[in-house]
Design a protein around this ligand. Sequence first.
Ligand code: TRP
Length: 363
Amino acid sequence: MKKIILTGDRPTGCLHLGHYVGSLKRRVELQNSGDYDEIYIMIADAQALTDNMDNPEKIRQNIIEVALDYLACGLDPKKSVMFIQSQIPELCEMSFYYMNLVTVARLKRNPTVKTEIQMRNFEERIPVGFFTYPISQAADITAFQATTVPVGEDQAPMIEQTREIVNRFNHIYGETLVEPNILLPERQVCMRLPGLDGKAKMSKSLGNCIYLSDSAEDVKKKVMSMFTDPNHLRVEDPGNVEGNPVFIYLDAFCNDEHFEKYLPEYKNLDELKAHYTRGGLGDVKVKKFLNNVLEETLKPIRERRIEISKDIPAVYKMLEEGSKIARQKAAQTLSDIKNSMRINYFADSELIRAQAEKFKEKA
Ligand code: TRP
């Protein structure tokens, strides 16, 4: 069986460091590993509209930002098909049939949907499209016969829902769809990067992000004003590295070479942490180091992004080509689905013959 990756992002804003450690970096590694036969990266504009129906312009504006972030991080259209969800109408058709395989009670139990309903205060006024987006996500995944879906742990319920739909479908209509596996980030620290303010999650709506497109000055300003241990008031005071976002970011980004290069008085992060915990190490020094470490990742991305953004029409062209390829793949799967469901009437000469026979007998 082919090894196929499908994953994607909602284009509600520029991508940030949380996206980078949680998924983008891994995607590029997977792409370059040569282990996969096909890779599809989807800009999920239709899904983004399920809770931005009154602001389609926001989605429209951010598609290109996400595409630039992809390319800047090293996704390569020769190896990974990048496309826009709404340009693949086959996905809607699949969702329509999958809807018959899922109950309202099951959707209400989906933990991600559940928290999002609470977060947005929807209660009973939840839009049907939003409520059913796990079904549409199952269409996204199965349309490409994805075996592997690299996503953050918050997406686990979506993959679970997809597997259920696949099993139900195959059970009723015969082996047709591929059951996908989730591929979680390798390291715990990459699962969910906290915000600059120390809040649990880096998130656009909380305004606590470092964006891949931020300038060097902005990154520096943001790093220097990061939340740390609120009880670490004077340099001499013992500090806490647990839950301290500065140290969590270092966990996610720094390696021993960074110490050699920027902070040679320490060998590694353990030594730095020990000194901070003991007392006698100031936040400013740690933050300056963190800024240097982050720049090692961010500078090349930023420079590539600027370079690529000099030819925006070419980026749209790349997405258009990708959408064409993606559409062919989805159309093939949809055809398989309709054959399995036996709703391919006009191609079914046996059906037409048998019906003709039946009516001849009646006459
Ligand atoms: N729900 C994902 C997110 O919010 C985006 C997405 C849509 C996706 N369809 C997908 C991810 C299919 C993986 C597979 O980030």
